[in-house]
Structures are given as C-alpha cells and as structure tokens.
Design a protein around this ligand. Sequence first.
Ligand SMILES: [Fe+2]
Ligand SMILES: [Fe+2]
Length: 200
Amino acid sequence: MSTSENTILGLKLPTDPRWADLASVSLEEILTDHAFCEQKAATQCISLIQAYPAKTELVNALAPIVTEEWGHFRMVWAELKKRGYSLGRQRKDGYVNLLIQHAPKHVPVEEKLLHKLMLCALIEARSCERFRILSEELGEEALRSFYYKFMVSEAGHYRLFMDLATEYYSEEQVRQAWRQWLEIETQVLQLLVPRGDRMH
Ligand SMILES: [Fe+2]
Ligand SMILES: [Fe+2]
C-alpha cells in the first residue's frame, strides 16, 4: 500500500503491515472487537444527540447514523453466528482511550463540539483504513467483500463528521483542529503495539 493512498483521509501513519496477518489469524477475536466498535459508534452518535439537542443539523445528520452503526453491529453479529462463535466480551479500547487521554487541554466550551466531531472523524478514518486492509488482505473472498462494505460506509461517516464540523465552525478552525488530532493520533499509534485481535 502506498503512502499516497494512506493520505486520502489525511492519516499520517499507515497501519503496521503485520497487522493484517495478525488479524487473519485471530478472526473470532477481531470480529468480536469489531462488533463492539460498531456498538460504540452507535452509542457515540446517541451521546452527541443527547448533548446537543438544539443543534438541528447535528440531530438530522446523526439520527440515521445511529441506525446504520447498529445495522453494522448486527452484520458483524450475524457473521460471528455464521461461524459458530458467540459475541465474546468487550475489551478495553486502548486506541480510543489513549486518544481521549491525549485530547487537547483547556478547550473553550464553545469548541468542545468541534473536538468531539474531530475525534469521531478520526476513528472513522482509521477504521476505514483498517477495513480496506482487511478487504484486500484476508484470504477468504466472502470476508474481503464483507469488509469492503464497511470500508465504504465508514469513509462516508468520516466525511459526514467533517462536514458537520464545518456546519458549526469555520473551515480554518476545522483544519486546525483536524491537524491537532492527526498529530495526537500519530503519538498514540506509536504507543500501541499492533494486535491482531483488535480493530485498532
Ligand atoms: Fe460502522
Ligand atoms: Fe461509522
């Protein structure tokens, strides 16, 4: 995979190439982790709606994403069942927890939403990149097309969070905040050892 492809969504670091090999040997684990990522994506959209009920554009944009992310959870759950696996337990999400720990400090209250949207966009972008790797590298054709669908969908969500940010903030504010989050993610990825049983 070339660096230019990786920069499509602006991400600074490509995923460690060892990750796809690791992921393919821990399919049950990765599907379980993926299922919970989808569940958390739905929950995150619900939390944003609860926190900003007066922002009509935000509610309009995110209400259907809740349904879509929950649909993703159900797709992954169906895949687990098809393979005779149970859902498994939710694991700590080291990637997201570290991103939150490294979030910019002392953000003015009116810019809190901007950073929440950037965090969501970043997680979508990285998930999209991981799904692309799975859609290209996994041995089983059915799984490759399974992950291709997620890649396309999460790319759309990345775009949606970025567009939503420009609805409430200037392009310059969004560009600056996005740059900050890309730096944060670069630091965070360097702290994490790639694990084939985790999406991130
Ligand atoms: Fe999703
Ligand atoms: Fe998503």
